[in-house]
Ligand binder design. Structure first.
Ligand code: 5GP
Length: 208
């Protein structure tokens, strides 16, 4: 299963993703490739695979990405090999990607589970961003306009989770993951094996 989390900056995406990963050990975070330089303590192969623009362009030309997008001055992408590695280890993949990536991912993998994370209101988001004390008034206005644009892409997504309290939002993410795990379409082979039915031709795990 591929689960994609998306949402505006300040919505608490990283905290919620970590909460979900902690509660669901079968879910593994997919590490993206990016052309942006590492920030602070970030390490290659941990937060991202940091690559140069030429390297990234070559991967695109070779069709190595399940999805990729340009955000500000930098490019970000999920390598097909990364998803295949997670699948080969018997795990499901959790992606933290933007809405452009979600659109591409769903066109390649229609079963991908896309979740939009939203703040309870734009006012709350604004307050949370202000409380970080990292933005100038101008940067804050830009970030809010971007947030509104990202939220306006809601039609792309299969699920919406509002981050009112972290605990409640993580509970909802876990509930979505569990329900998706129980979908008949993902479990047919189990019954077919139990009943001694022919399973050949059934899609297993990741879609082709
Ligand atoms: P940052 O540079 O702050 O780590 O990430 C900026 C944005 O890039 C985040 O909103 C994140 O969701 C998005 N992002 C990270 N990796 C990928 C990726 O592989 N594909 C896409 N489409 N977006 C990504």
């Amino acid at each position: 299963m591929i689960v994609a989390l998306s949402g505006p900056s300040g919505v608490g995406k990283t905290t919620l993703a970590n909460g979900l990963l902690q509660r669901c050990p079968t879910l593994k975070l997919s590490i993206s490739h990016t052309t942006r330089p590492p920030r602070g303590q970030e390490k290659n192969g941990v937060e991202y695979y940091f690559v140069g623009p030429d390297h990234f362009a070559r991967l695109v030309a070779e069709d190595r990405f399940a999805e990729h997008a340009q955000l500000f001055a930098h490019r970000y992408g999920t390598a097909k090999a990364t998803l295949e590695g997670i699948e080969a280890a018997g795990h499901d993949a959790l992606l933290d990607i933007d809405y452009q990536g979600v659109a591409q991912l769903q066109s390649h993998y229609p079963d991908a589970v896309s979740i939009l994370l939203a703040p309870p209101s734009l006012e709350v988001l604004q307050q949370r961003l202000r409380d970080r004390h990292t933005d100038s008034a101008e940067q804050l206005a830009i970030r809010l306009a971007k947030a509104r644009h990202e939220l306006s892409q809601y039609r792309l997504f299969k699920y919406l989770v509002v981050n009112d309290t972290i605990e409640e939002a993580v509970d909802r993410l876990v509930a979505i993951y569990r329900a998706e795990q129980s979908k008949m379409s993902r479990n047919r082979p189990l019954l077919q094996e139990m009943l001694g039915e022919e399973t050949a031709g059934e899609p297993a795990g990741f879609p082709p």
